[in-house]
Structure formats: C-alpha cells, structure tokens
Design a binder for this molecule. Structure first.
Ligand SMILES: Nc1nc2c(c(CN[C@H]3C=C[C@H](O)[C@@H]3O)cn2[C@@H]2O[C@H](COP(=O)(O)O)[C@@H](O)[C@H]2O)c(=O)[nH]1
Length: 306
C-alpha cells in the first residue's frame, strides 16, 4: 500500500500536534532486541472459521462494521466478532448478500444480540446494504469471489475493495493533500491472511505491502511507549475524553504518525536484526497490548473508518 505509506510519511514530516520520536523507537526496538512477541490471529477465540468461502463472507461483513465501538462503554470489537459468529452458527444464510441488503437497525442489533442501539447505527446499516448490493451486482453475492478476483495480491484486493465499496475509502484531506489510511480494507486482508494462515483465500504474495491499521488503540499504545508525542492541548483533549473532530489536523496526524512510526520501527528491526518482519506482526502485538490495558486513554472520533 504505497499510497498509505507515502501519505503517512508526508503527514508525519509536516505535523505539528503529533511528533514521532525516533529515539524512543530505537529504545523500544533495543529493549525487545528486535523480537516482537508473536501474537496469534484470533488469540481471543472469538472469530468464525470453517476454512471456506463462508469465512470470507464473515470477515468481510465483520470489517465492514469494524469501527467506532467506544461511544458505548460496554461494546467492544469482541462483541461484534463473536456476535456475528454466533449468528452465523445459528443460521448459515444470515450473511448472504440478499439478507445484508435488507437488515434494519433493530434486526442488526438482534443479529449481534446487542440490547440497545449501536453507535452510529444508521451508518452501520447503510454499509451493510452497500456490501450486500455490490457483492450481488459484481461478485455473484460472495466476498470469496471478490478475493479471488484479486489474484493473490493484497494491493489489488485493497484497490478492488475501495473501488467497489465507497464505505471502505478511508481517506482525509490534510493541508490540501489527500491522505489514504484504508484501515478496514487493510485489516480485511490481514484477517484473511491470519485466519487462513497464508494459504487458500489468505495467500498474498505482497502481504508485506500492508501497513498497520490506524485505529484508536494502536496510537494510544505508541503514546504510552513515548514513541508518539502529543502537544499539550491535544494531550488535554484526549485525557479528558473530549471528542476529536473527524478530518481535523489532530485526527489525521494521530493516525498517519502511527502508521509512519511503525514503518520506521519495522525498518529498524529488519535492518538491525536481519529480520523480515511485517507491519501486521507489529500491529497485532501493539493492539493486543492495548486492548488488555483498560486504563489506556485513546482519542475519540466519530468515524465509520476505524
Ligand atoms: N490496529 C488494529 N485495530 C484493530 C484490530 C482489531 C481486531 N483484529 C483481530 C485480528 C486478529 C486478532 O485476533 C484480532 O481480533 C480491531 N481493531 C480496532 O480496535 C478498536 C476496537 O477496540 P475496542 O473498542 O477496545 O474493542 C476499533 O478501532 C477496531 O476497529 C487489530 O488487529 N489491529
């Protein structure tokens, strides 16, 4: 994803609210001696997996809805992943394209077994409809066909997804430039790769092109490690749980600097310790640390992208 890597670097070189501290990256890399702890995909045991096309459909729907859980303090990604899994185990046709096209908010809540309205529920429903309609129109109703069309290329798959499904076009304008972060499209590729262990629907010859997924957990971990430094107003806003406006300089800098910092970390580990580490490996490590640290304060932005 050269567009993501290049635009993240562009933002990082001009950012004023967030700084990437290269010295702290070096310290962190030396502390672990280049050994990033290996975290297994589905370490939580919450995802659906049957080694076939239904898993692909599940992961695509999961990542179409994989955003903005924090407004409901009891809702997490786990609820979404396990809710969809249980729904599919009860009814194998629950995520068929013609069903996705027609879900209402209350039906989606029921599907996920969630007792109250979901954050930005109307958008979640709209995005489900978009997935159902476009899968039906261009891919015979199956996300597995979308994946097959990409010919084992992660970059082509992301291009296809962002071309066909506008909800996945995670981008912003920053100082007049278009910045691409493509969090949910990239995480879908990583989920396929992780779930299918790099084989079958998860085989991508260019998996190393994927960057981290700029969400709200990884930046909080990078800040805790001292790798990201926020200016004082931004520190106050985040620590007092104030909302950060979507598309603001602050928001774009937090996300883009996170991508850039991990790219620098990966380059350093690979150079210094002769490794072939992927950004995905670092992402899953940092993310798993973040979700297990309940005390971590993260930025709060209402967004469908992450
Ligand atoms: N960077 C990054 N962000 C990730 C994930 C995942 C889940 N990945 C699965 C893949 C394999 C594993 O087994 C994981 O289960 C979710 N998120 C994001 O976190 C936030 C949710 O936080 P909370 O509200 O506390 O649940 C929200 O923005 C969500 O989109 C990841 O891997 N990397």
């Amino acid at each position: 994803m050269e567009a993501v890597r290049a635009s993240a670097a562009w933002v990082a070189s001009r950012s004023s609210h967030v700084k990437v501290d290269m010295l702290e990256i070096e310290k962190a890399v030396d502390k672990i001696q280049g050994n990033v702890p290996k975290v297994e995909w589905d370490f939580e045991g919450i995802h659906y997996f049957d080694n076939g096309p239904l898993t692909v459909q599940y992961l695509f729907v999961l990542d179409a809805l994989n955003f903005c859980f924090w407004p409901d303090k009891d809702l997490t990604y786990d609820n979404l992943a396990s809710g969809l899994k249980l729904a599919l185990e009860k009814d194998k046709s629950a995520l068929d394209a013609d069903r996705l096209k027609n879900y209402t908010g209350p039906q989606l809540r029921e599907l996920l077994n969630w007792p109250r309205p979901l954050p930005i529920e109307e958008e979640r429903v709209r995005l489900l409809h978009e997935v159902g309609l476009e899968l039906e129109r261009s891919f015979g109703g199956e996300a597995a066909n979308l994946v097959k069309s990409a010919g084992n290329s992660a970059a082509s798959l992301i291009e296809l997804i962002t071309r066909h499904f506008p909800g996945f076009r995670d981008h912003s304008l920053y100082k007049g430039h278009q910045v691409f972060l493509y969090k949910r499209a990239q995480i879908f590729v990583a989920d396929l790769w992780g779930a299918f262990k790099g084989e079958n629907y998860g085989e991508f010859y260019d998996i190393k092109s994927i960057t981290i997924f700029a969400d709200y957990i990884v930046p909080a971990v990078l800040r805790e490690l001292g790798i990201l430094k926020y200016e004082s107003n931004l520190c106050c806003s985040i620590d007092s749980n104030s909302e950060i406006v979507p598309g603001s300089e602050e928001e774009v800098e937090i996300r883009a600097c996170s991508v850039h910092a991990v790219e620098k970390m990966r380059e350093l580990i690979n150079k210094k310790f002769g490794k072939q580490l992927l950004s995905i490996d670092i992402d899953l490590w940092l993310w798993s640390v973040g979700v297990q640290n309940m005390a971590l304060s993260h930025h709060r932005t209402l967004s469908i992208y992450y």
